[in-house]
Write a protein that binds this ligand. Structure first.
Ligand code: FE2
Length: 268
């Protein structure tokens, strides 16, 4: 594996590695996600995932999904079939599904995590993100450490484009260097409440759009402010996102994501 540009990662808070995941593995994840969706009996009441409101705040279907494979709908979904109405699948695909397990534990990813300083990596959370044509919602500015909090902060995001991602279909946007500022919020307290840790505004730097061809891996520092744009196109923007923490850090018992039935594992 080509060594990552650690100086760029320290400067910007993200790395873009093109052609990281072979096309056959992108195909495998998309096919497996389609199978999981086909096997999901959509409930009468759909659980929406939205970063813009707290409607799911007390929804146990969401809050108890840390050790499960569950399905969340787009807020704007109306009469679309389930396969075109889902926002995401989460949050333990990497441990509970053999295809996602295999791709999540590729040696290239393990080596990269080690190179980034994750000495005792634990694969905490995975999400299959659909960003559906026309209705894929934006994701507000946030730092992943808000949701996946450790002391000290160690969470690192590995985001893989399974479709070409651009400004029209909802690519990532980031504030370069913003990871060097404080963590602003923490989602915890068991009931998905958000606590303000530091009221410093987002840094006044121009956002950059991280356009990514299929198979590209974007590494996101846990404190990097980032967002994604809505999908206004007729194309999907599927992505697979895996979050890794370091087992040397403390993982508080009141973080929203808990895995009472499923011990955390590394890349092995
Ligand atoms: Fe994020």
């Amino acid at each position: 594996m080509k060594l990552p540009d650690l100086a760029a990662y320290e400067r910007d808070g993200f790395l873009v590695l093109e052609d990281f995941l072979p096309a056959a593995e992108c195909d495998a994840l998309q096919a497996r996600a389609a199978e999981l969706v086909a096997g999901f009996a959509a409930p009468a009441r759909r659980t929406v995932f939205s970063t813009e409101d707290q409607r799911h705040a007390d929804d146990r279907y969401f809050s108890e999904s840390g050790d499960a494979i569950r399905f969340f709908f787009e807020e704007a979904a109306t009469d679309q079939p389930t396969a075109l109405a889902l926002n995401k699948i989460g949050h333990a695909l990497h441990d509970l599904d053999p295809v996602f397990d295999r791709v999540s534990r590729r040696s290239e990813l393990a080596e990269l995590a080690r190179a980034l300083g994750l000495d005792q990596p634990l694969l905490l959370q995975s999400m299959y993100l659909f960003k559906q044509p026309h209705i894929g919602a934006p994701v507000d500015w946030h730092q992943d450490a808000t949701y996946l909090y450790t002391q000290p902060s160690t969470v690192t995001g590995f985001w893989i484009a399974l479709d070409d991602a651009d400004r029209d279909n909802g690519c990532l946007v980031a504030l370069p260097g913003g990871h060097r500022g404080p963590l602003r919020f923490r989602r915890g307290g068991g009931r998905l409440a958000t606590e303000t840790l530091d009221a410093t505004p987002w840094p006044a730097v121009s956002p950059v759009a991280i356009e990514a061809r299929r198979g590209t891996l974007v590494v996101l520092h846990g404190k990097l402010p980032h967002a994604s744009t809505p999908n206004r196109s007729s194309r999907s923007r599927h992505a697979y996102s895996l979050h890794v923490i370091d087992g040397r850090a403390d993982y508080p018992a009141d973080n929203w994501l808990q895995r009472p039935t499923l011990p955390l594992r590394g890349f092995a």
